[in-house]
Design a protein around this ligand. Structure first.
Ligand code: CP
Ligand code: NVA
Length: 301
């Protein structure tokens, strides 16, 4: 049976640790030798496409990126038939989709690993890079259990995967969102199922108190651009700025953002470009984390 990664808790805690270890080790340049990796995108991407392509290249495989207009997942051809076709040529299929159910439909007919490159439900490849960055910042996986991460903003795909990953490694997790954009109750239940009791609040200052990492993401995700003007006033109290970072009371607090950032919305320029920001280290880690995940996922196929 192939391994798949649709959400971070598809990995056990030990498997998550193994992936992060693989991401930090010198890599085997032949791990994907002779294999193609299909990278299918229904939405734009800078980091995910480039980090995945380079990770595949570094492991000796061949990435084939498929742009949103090329395959028509579920329009030109059914999700299942696209999957059956791509696995004739590729050892791994990875996809960025609007509806998470498309990934589940791929898994149902796949005999190669399926990787979620972002869906409406989650962004596990991002969470791997986020945790890798935390491991680097604090000197190892074991060091994370004494650390707190606070996510402030929209209770979205990035928020969910991050909270799961951080909680699985023993971090204290706090999430502050507006009332109407909170993580759904079943997401909180999913956190509890892996032993995580997050602080869920509408108060950004409460969430960040004592936080070693403050994290945010766009107030409106890809596909929600038409809601931007309506959302901005609701989210304004959740902007990560110098005042909110100061509210942590943690002198060396780190700021993370999955990017792309909407400067002046969810984050101020002085924070994004300032001394607490680790966003470029985090962006680089997308490639190392992707390599770790690919090496792990191919291991059992
Ligand atoms: N963080 C992230 O997934 O960026 P892209 O949308 O540019 O891939
Ligand atoms: N939440 C954002 C993340 C982008 C990497 C989106 O889904 O568009």
């Amino acid at each position: 049976m192939p391994r798949h990664l649709l959400e971070i808790d598809d990995l056990s805690r030990d498997e998550l640790v193994s992936v992060l270890d693989l991401a930090r080790q010198p890599y085997v340049p032949k791990a994907l030798a002779g294999l193609g990796v299909a990278l299918l995108f229904e939405k734009p991407s800078a980091r995910t496409r480039n980090s995945m392509e380079m990770a595949v290249f570094q492991l000796g495989g061949h990435p084939v990126t498929i742009r949103p207009d090329e395959i028509g997942l579920g329009t030109r051809e059914s999700v299942e038939d696209v999957t059956r076709t791509l696995q004739c040529y590729h050892g791994v299929i990875a996809a960025r989709v609007f509806e998470h159910t498309k990934l589940e439909r791929m898994v149902a007919v796949a005999d190669v690993p399926i990787i979620n490159l972002l869906s409406d439900a989650g962004h596990p490849m991002q969470a791997l890079a986020d945790l890798l960055t935390a491991v680097e910042l604090y000197g190892g996986i074991d060091a994370l259990s004494s650390r707190k991460i606070a996510y402030v903003g929209d209770g979205n795909n990035v928020c969910r995967s991050l909270a799961l990953a951080a909680g699985m490694l023993g971090m204290q997790v706090a999430v502050a969102t507006p009332e109407t954009f909170t993580m759904p109750a079943d997401d909180v239940a999913r956190l509890r199922a892996v032993g995580i009791e997050p602080v869920v609040t509408t108060d950004a200052a409460e969430a960040v108190e004592g936080a070693d990492i403050v994290y945010t993401d766009a107030w409106y995700s890809m596909g929600q651009e038409a809601e931007a003007d309506e959302r901005r006033p609701v989210f304004r109290p959740y902007q990560v700025n110098a005042e909110l970072l100061a509210a942590t009371g943690v002198a060396d607090v780190a700021f993370l953002h999955c990017l792309p950032a909407h400067r002046g919305d969810e984050v101020s320029d002085d924070v994004l470009d300032g001394p607490h920001s680790r966003v470029w280290q985090q962006a680089e880690n997308r490639m190392h984390a992707a390599r770790g995940l690919l090496a792990w996922i191919i291991g059992a196929s």
